[in-house]
Design a protein around this ligand. Structure first.
Ligand SMILES: [Zn+2]
Ligand SMILES: [Zn+2]
Length: 259
């Protein structure tokens, strides 16, 4: 049985509200699919890699809102977010121009694409960071942000261009947002975003000190002065992080080579 969460009367997501509903899942199953209903459109954001799950979500959303899906927006081309694309062969597919080098899409966006009429628009914004083609979706009238993989809530973050991602966090903090749906995981709010951004800023400051002392990465990873990752004390998070990914250490290694 899938977890759907109704955030507002117009927004429904597969993301659960609690980490306990997701911690034991395989990472590919933690990808979030979200539906936004506008007067002139019915949008799905990311289709995941599991066609059965995508068909089920599509059918449920079309029944619930009593209209056909008009757009599929992909936050980036990574397979875990897009492999079920064939389920949406009959709708308008929107992706960044760079993402369109990897996937067939009807709308290839360089910077921004807007769906809906003034006052209730959905903004698709190309931002990079997690991958060069990454984008996010902002629905200001209902204070919702779909972050794509620039923000993940069930594991530590995964960086490609970390500086872009941290700048993105700072810009998102200025948005009027109540609900953030991450690329993977459970629904969060701005506090989560701020905690993640603060952690990495503290980490970078500490790593700069380690660098000046000439420590090697094995000394860094077990150093007691490393800041504690927010949510690291959550047993479910730690279990998921270890079992599936070890992404926290990956992040520390990434930033240590960056500083
Ligand atoms: Zn990704
Ligand atoms: Zn992903």
């Amino acid at each position: 049985m899938l977890n759907y969460n109704q955030i507002t009367s117009n927004v429904i997501t597969t993301a659960p509200r609690n980490i306990d509903d997701i911690a034991d899942m395989d990472p590919v199953e933690t990808v979030t699919l979200t539906c936004i209903n506008l007067p002139e459109a019915l949008i799905i954001i990311d289709c995941g890699a599991n066609p059965e799950k995508a068909i089920q979500f599509r059918d449920k959303m079309e029944d619930h809102f009593e209209k056909r899906i008009s757009h599929l927006i992909l936050t980036h081309w990574h397979w875990d977010h897009s492999d079920a694309l064939s389920v949406f062969h009959d709708v308008m597919v929107v992706i960044s121009k760079k993402g369109a080098e990897k996937l067939k899409a009807d709308v290839q966006v360089t910077k921004e694409f807007v769906i809906g009429s003034r006052g209730s628009e959905v903004f698709f914004q190309v931002c990079g960071g997690h991958s060069p083609d990454s984008a996010y979706v902002y629905y200001p009238s209902e204070q919702i942000l779909c972050a794509g993989d620039n923000l993940i809530s069930c594991y530590a973050q995964t960086f490609s261009n970390g500086k872009v991602t941290l700048d993105l966090y700072r810009s998102w903090e200025l948005f009027d947002v109540k609900t953030i749906i991450p690329g993977h995981g459970f629904i969060v709010d701005k506090h989560y975003l701020i905690n993640v951004r603060t952690y990495f800023e503290e980490l970078i400051a500490v790593l700069k000190g380690f660098k000046s002392q000439g420590l090697d990465i094995s000394q860094v990873l077990k150093h007691t002065d490393l800041p504690e990752y927010c949510y690291k004390d959550h047993s479910k998070w730690e279990e998921g992080g270890k079992r599936h990914t070890g992404w926290l250490n990956m992040g520390i290694k990434y930033w240590y080579s960056y500083v």
